[in-house]
Design a binder for this molecule. Structure first.
Ligand SMILES: Cc1cc2nc3c(=O)[nH]c(=O)nc-3n(C[C@H](O)[C@H](O)[C@H](O)COP(=O)(O)OP(=O)(O)OC[C@H]3O[C@@H](n4cnc5c(N)ncnc54)[C@H](O)[C@@H]3O)c2cc1C
Length: 310
């Protein structure tokens, strides 16, 4: 029986394991090795590590954990989880079973891209989802924003305001809402409604093939992906989800199931208008989850009331 099992070894899970290990908790970190930012070459907006590759950041996080003898890490996928009298039991894809008094879920989200040939292969390298993560690298490039819905319009207006004087909103067979046409025009954002049949080329020299027309030359593409839970473990455990699919947590990173914490991209406070899906936020969530899981264990053992309301 571990004190804490952390599921997911991205920034949120690694930091949760680090904080728990430093409190000499018996910790098991299980990770299936497919982090969200794996396609990217660099991680940005991380104090003292700006520009480090995602793989190097994970390796550094894993190296930190090796200093703490009560922390075990394992490559494994968790396929099921359920409550038992003393805590939780996890079923692993390799047939193994593990038990923990507290669970920290940090399984992240995955991106679903528009179905355009050539788009997915370029994700994270010349097709970007976030102007905070990659806008600076695409500065002064001719940019295409793919999509015609309100979030795509906002993204086009934003990159035109911050990063480039040459932005084209490519609706991919759809037109942006009429009420935004004038706003786009005023911001100097051109609109193309044709279907995009392919994206080819490299960063700085991309071509978007438009149905029935000549290819559009661009340096970079921005695209609001749809994000969805990487794992259904939270749902299996009965944790409440918010309408956008994020796991609802409180200020202690507690889910609606007592003893189950959630951290990183997968979870958010209901009061936030949107999930804050950044590495530094995930690491902070992971620390918060570990601190309060530790306090819950401590208070339980001392016969005191647990923190938070769940
Ligand atoms: C292309 C791209 C570039 C980005 N660039 C930046 C950037 O520059 N700066 C920035 O701050 N943010 C960036 N982000 C966002 C950043 O990747 C996320 O905010 C961050 O990875 C969230 O960390 P996490 O620990 O919550 O999840 P993840 O990093 O996604 O880690 C989750 C881990 O859980 C594992 N897992 C999932 N299910 C299971 C299971 N059932 N059993 C075991 N393990 C499981 C996964 O394999 C994965 O290793 C980028 C995102 C993308 C898509």
């Amino acid at each position: 029986m571990f004190d804490v099992v952390v599921v997911g070894g991205g920034p949120a899970g690694l930091n949760a394991a680090l904080v728990s290990g430093r409190q000499r908790r018996r910790v098991l970190l299980l990770d299936s090795g497919a982090p969200r930012n794996a396609p990217a070459q660099e991680t940005h907006m991380l104090l003292s590590r700006d520009g480090l590759s995602p793989a190097a950041l994970r390796e550094a996080g894993q190296a930190d954990l090796r200093a703490y003898p009560s922390v075990e890490t394992r490559s494994a996928e968790v396929i099921d989880a359920s409550a038992i009298a003393s805590g939780f039991e996890l079923a692993l894809a390799d047939g193994g079973r593990e038990r923990a008094r507290k669970l920290v879920l940090a399984t992240g989200q995955t991106d679903v891209l528009a179905d355009v040939p050539g788009l997915a292969e370029r994700f994270g390298r010349s097709v970007f989802h976030c102007p905070f993560c990659h806008g600076y690298e695409a500065r002064e490039q001719p940019i295409a924003v793919l999509g015609a819905d309100f979030p795509s319009v906002m993204l086009a207006l934003y990159v035109a305001d911050r990063f480039s004087g040459d932005v084209v909103l490519c609706g991919n067979g759809q037109a942006p809402p009429d009420e935004h046409r004038e706003r786009l025009e005023k911001a100097g954002v051109a609109v193309r409604d044709e279907r995009v049949t392919e994206v080819r080329g490299e960063f700085g020299a991309l071509e978007l093939c438009l149905e029935g027309g000549r290819p559009l030359a661009r340096g970079a593409v921005f695209h609001r992906t749809r994000i969805r839970q990487h794992s259904d473990l939270a749902e299996r455990l009965g944790c409440e989800l918010l309408p956008d699919g994020c796991v609802r947590v409180n200020e202690f990173q507690q889910t609606s199931v007592r003893g189950v914490y959630a951290a990183g991209d997968m979870a958010r406070l209901e009061a936030l208008p949107d999930a804050m899906t950044f590495v530094v936020m995930g690491a902070a969530d992971g620390a918060r989850a570990a601190i309060w899981a530790d306090q819950e264990l401590f208070r339980e053992d001392a016969g005191l009331a647990a923190p938070g309301a769940g």
